[in-house]
Design a protein around this ligand. Structure first.
Ligand SMILES: Cc1ncc(COP(=O)(O)O)c(C=O)c1O
Length: 406
């Protein structure tokens, strides 16, 4: 009989020649368990997804209850479905008034696509500006917003009329003109290796978009729902985007994405033409129920309040000459080493030791630290002890091989 491993390689389309191929059978809280019941501490939360931990009881209960009540009834937007309405209202309750209207989709990249169409319709313009080293998703529109030609090579052409600015460079903001429908930006760039924009930059960006009547669109698909130490990263900047993009963590482990704006901006999607933006499964009742349970858990358990402190603990504990820098806010961190080779060796050794991490799409010398936000201080101490132990092992081996060569 073929093993799961063999079946995976034969029947599941692959995204790289060397998938991690770790085989897990269940997950709970901050741990994922393999078939021998060995537990692995998840320091990446499925790439910024499991903010309230794996299989949080409140989320599981909401999923079960909704699955028993109804699942798919109709394409998005036609029927009044309580889980969609309740989740949208709960989001509106914690967001500024100008972000009170939500369009639900299934993923982050779909949120980007929806927002691109919204910006074109609302402004009547066709140009977009995005940041160098951004990551916005893998569909054609989202790929158009990414300058990096490594991952997109062979898949073009992409959309015209997209220009790129350097993240956190005030001088570059002059490229935002009245031809530009929208600027897409991650306030904290994720796949660039966790690059936090300065307050002065973000405020200048807001001012420039106001001046040119360009929509300012924040991609908080990775930074949203508490990961940066605030419920939304834009709260660090004392400004509000015109459109907010969410996905990943908002479903508590279920697939859901959203773009959120004002009722006035969103209203353009409902006419001339009608049905100009549609989705069958967007805002799936089970995913919305999971999303609402996730949001309530974050709020009721005051989970976000402790995120910054937990991030600081990682920064305090991870001190080693081989660590060049730790960047980030809250539990959205990047630990930088000299190069990819060292980083990869440390990550591999940590994985063998039961601590799961990886590196970033556009920053291969840095280790990702983005655990479920419910991680405890003891678990952080355990994780850091294992990381430091493996840094020492990797660095010692490197020094030994240098001596042998000499
Ligand atoms: C900032 C950001 N935007 C968009 C996306 C795309 O989201 P999805 O993979 O759900 O399409 C990602 C995914 O990593 C992301 O990090």
């Amino acid at each position: 009989m073929l093993t799961q491993r063999q079946l995976f390689l034969q029947h599941n389309a692959q995204t790289s020649p060397e998938p991690l191929m770790l085989e897990f059978v269940r997950a709970k809280g901050v741990y994922i368990y393999d078939s021998s019941d060995k537990k692995h501490l998840d320091l990446i939360a499925g790439i910024g997804v499991s903010n309230v931990g794996h299989c949080h009881p409140a989320v599981v209960k909401a999923i079960q209850q909704q699955a028993e009540t109804y699942m798919h009834l109709m394409v998005y937007g036609e029927y009044i479905q309580a889980p969609q309405v309740n989740f949208a209202k709960a989001l509106a309750d914690i967001l500024p008034e100008s972000l009170s209207c939500t369009y639900f989709l299934n993923s982050g990249t779909e949120a980007v696509e929806g927002a691109m169409k919204l910006a074109k319709r609302y402004t009547g313009r066709q140009g977009f500006i995005a940041c160098k080293n951004a990551y916005h998703g893998s569909t054609h529109g989202a790929e158009s917003l990414m300058e990096s030609d490594f991952y997109s090579s062979g898949y073009g052409p992409f959309l015209p009329n997209v220009s790129f600015i350097e993240h956190n460079n005030i001088a570059d903001l002059k490229k935002i003109t009245t031809d530009i429908a929208a600027v897409f930006i991650e306030p904290i760039q994720g796949e660039a290796g966790i690059r936090v924009a300065d307050v002065a930059y973000m405020q200048a960006l807001r001012a420039k978009c106001d001046e040119t009547k360009t929509l300012l669109i924040f991609d908080e698909i990775q930074s949203g729902f508490g990961r940066s130490g605030k419920m939304f990263a834009f709260e660090h900047y004392n400004i509000t985007p015109d459109v907010l993009l969410l996905a990943k963590g908002i479903g508590g482990g279920m697939p859901i994405g959203a773009f959120i704006s004002s009722l006035q901006i969103m209203s353009v999607l409902s006419h001339t033409p009608i049905l100009g933006h549609m989705t069958t499964f967007g805002g799936h009742p089970v995913c919305c129920a999971a999303g609402l349970a996730t949001l309530r858990t974050l709020i009721d358990d005051k989970i976000v309040d402790e995120v910054e402190e937990k991030g600081q603990l990682f920064k305090q504990l991870l001190i080693h000459p081989a660590i060049k820098e730790i960047r980030g806010k809250g539990l959205m961190l990047a630990v930088a080493f000299e190069n990819f080779e060292i980083n990869k060796k440390i990550i591999d050794a940590c994985i063998l030791d039961g601590v799961l991490s990886d590196w970033f799409l556009h920053c291969s010398n840095s280790m990702r630290i983005a655990p479920p936000l419910i991680i405890t201080k003891t678990e952080i101490e355990d994780a850091c002890a294992i990381i430091l132990k493996n840094i020492n092992l990797v660095v010692e081996k490197k020094d030994q091989s240098k001596k042998t060569v000499a």
